[in-house]
Design a binder for this molecule. Structure first.
Ligand SMILES: N[C@@H](CCC(=O)N[C@@H](CS)C(=O)NCC(=O)O)C(=O)O
Length: 225
């Protein structure tokens, strides 16, 4: 597959974009990356994702696909080598359930607790700790959510080791404590050791800088409203 047939519109700091990048690497699919400025979105991004106007968008042979979890499933269907989804329909449904939990409930709770758009970072951590507890129990000491190798749930959960560490540093509040969440912490270490993940991560200090930029944008918006 020539790289001009597969184009990923994204931004370097987005965990939604990372999961798509990692999936393409897992499959060995060559792609072109178009860096978007989310404060000044390109006409191409607006044309390809007119509903949400967000990244990532994957354009394959001229056809756009939006929403990161939809893109992951598309990639797995088009390039079946190194499967991302489980084979069994029940296991697939279960993987989608956990991915949704991680992407919605868990991420929203963490963002509300320590994200840059929170009025008092570090104050309201209980919902985030409760969501992480559910994940820790669900993992129960397994190497990866998907078994011995990474799969759909691991890719979706990839923001936990990377992005959350940067937000923790930014907010000065640790949530993913190894004593409190031994399984989840061990999973995060295993995940970051996988070569395609390790070799495709934004540096932590750059991510912390991005959090500070988001904070400034948020505070400026609050001051206007
Ligand atoms: N549900 C979407 C979320 C994507 C998303 O929130 N992307 C952010 C970047 S991390 C974005 O494009 N934000 C631009 C905006 O909200 O205007 C997905 O899974 O792809």
């Amino acid at each position: 597959m020539a790289s001009e047939d597969v184009v990923l519109y994204g931004t370097w700091s987005s965990s939604f974009v990372d999961r798509v990048k990692w999936a393409l690497k897992m499959k060995g699919v060559e792609s072109q990356f178009v860096e978007e400025d989310l404060l000044n979105k390109s006409p191409m991004l607006l044309q390809y994702n007119p509903v949400h106007k967000k990244v990532p968008v994957l354009v394959h042979a001229g056809k756009p696909i939006a929403e990161s979890t939809v893109i992951l499933q598309y990639i797995d269907e088009v390039w079946p080598q190194n499967p991302i989804m489980p084979e069994d329909p029940y296991d697939r449904a279960t993987a989608r359930f956990w991915a949704k939990f991680i992407d919605e409930k868990c991420k929203e709770a963490v963002w509300a607790a320590i994200g840059p758009c929170t009025n008092e970072p570090g104050k309201n951590v209980e919902p985030a700790l409760a969501a992480l507890r559910v994940l820790d129990d669900h993992l129960g000491g397994r190497k990866f959510f998907s078994g011995d190798t990474i799969g759909y749930v691991d890719l979706v959960a990839g923001w936990i080791p990377r992005w959350m560490a940067a937000v923790e540093e930014f907010a000065g509040t640790k949530l993913l404590d190894p004593q409190r969440f031994p399984s989840l912490h061990a999973w995060a270490c295993n995940f970051l050791e996988v070569p395609i993940i390790k070799d495709n991560l934004a540096p932590q200090d750059k991510l912390v800088g991005r959090m500070k930029e988001y904070r400034e944008i948020y505070l400026a918006k609050c001051a206007c409203s």
